[in-house]
Design a protein around this ligand. Structure first.
Ligand code: ADP
Ligand code: ADP
Length: 227
């Protein structure tokens, strides 16, 4: 479902980030870990076809992304990738329902209210459909953002630091929710995190029943210019 070989990405004027190869099966879980600045966000952006690799190959949901043009990437991302950002990016001016409806618009699809209600229902936040994001608790807002992420049945679900600033109990809930939601949708789940609790939580939740892979990115040695 996600296969990389010799993947690198160079920011303009920066050193190239070099990523270890991975081969993640459909329905498996990838834990993308490493300290701040090691390249987790960049790897997510590559897998979501937000940026193109500088070199190497990258195949996600059978689509070779290293060969994809920008316009095609937008359409592919809308249908293949669900994203749970760290800052949830719910639109403050819109209701919960409207925030989800926006996904159909962004994907060039007709709004499907039955699917929006079903997605909210599956995450236990159906009763909040007419609220504004400011009227939600942190946990409720994360559930809404997760409902939005899986609304269009993505094959890959990317979660960026889903446990950041959560206490132990809330972190356990967030990880369980992600694992359950990904498995309901048969999606491959990637959790990018520097939170050491997440690996333990995944193990405790799944009791070894899921295919868990880990990709640890290490901080690059400083270049001469930075020393
Ligand atoms: P993480 O998500 O693990 O914190 P990032 O992928 O954000 O790491 O960043 C990886 C490296 O790329 C860092 O060393 C960072 O300084 C560098 N970097 C990130 N964004 C940019 C950018 N827009 N321009 C130049 N360098 C960047
Ligand atoms: P923040 O760093 O403020 O928490 P986000 O959580 O929104 O920002 O995004 C973090 C990273 O996730 C971005 O730098 C980008 O690499 C990646 N990203 C952003 N949007 C998407 C998307 N739609 N799909 C996949 N990855 C994304």
């Amino acid at each position: 479902m996600i296969r990389t070989q010799g993947l690198t990405y160079a920011y303009p004027g920066g050193n190239a980030l070099e990523f270890p190869d991975v081969d993640v099966a459909q329905g498996a879980v990838l834990l993308l870990s490493g300290p701040s600045g090691c390249g987790k966000s960049t790897w997510l952006a590559l897998v979501a076809a937000l940026v193109a690799p500088s070199s190497g190959s990258l195949v996600v949901a059978e689509q070779p992304l290293h060969a994809l043009k920008n316009v095609a990437a937008d359409a592919w991302r809308a249908s293949a990738v669900g994203f749970l950002p760290q800052k949830l990016h719910l639109s403050a001016a819109l209701t919960v329902y409207q925030n989800l409806a926006l996904s159909f618009w962004a994907a060039g699809l007709a709004e499907d209210s039955a699917r929006i209600h079903a997605a909210l229902q599956a995450l236990g936040v159906h009763g909040l459909a007419q609220r504004k994001p400011s009227q939600l608790s942190g946990g409720q807002a994360q559930r809404v953002a997760l409902a939005r992420a899986v609304l269009l049945q993505p094959r890959v679900l990317l979660a960026d630091e889903p446990t950041a600033s959560l206490d132990d109990e809330a972190a356990a809930d967030a990880v369980a929710l992600l694992l359950n939601t990904a498995s309901q949708h048969h999606a491959t789940l990637v959790i990018a995190t520097h939170d050491a609790r997440v690996a333990t939580l995944i193990g405790a939740h799944s009791q070894g029943q899921i295919g868990l892979q880990c990709l640890s990115l290490l901080r690059k040695p400083l270049s001469n210019a930075e020393q």
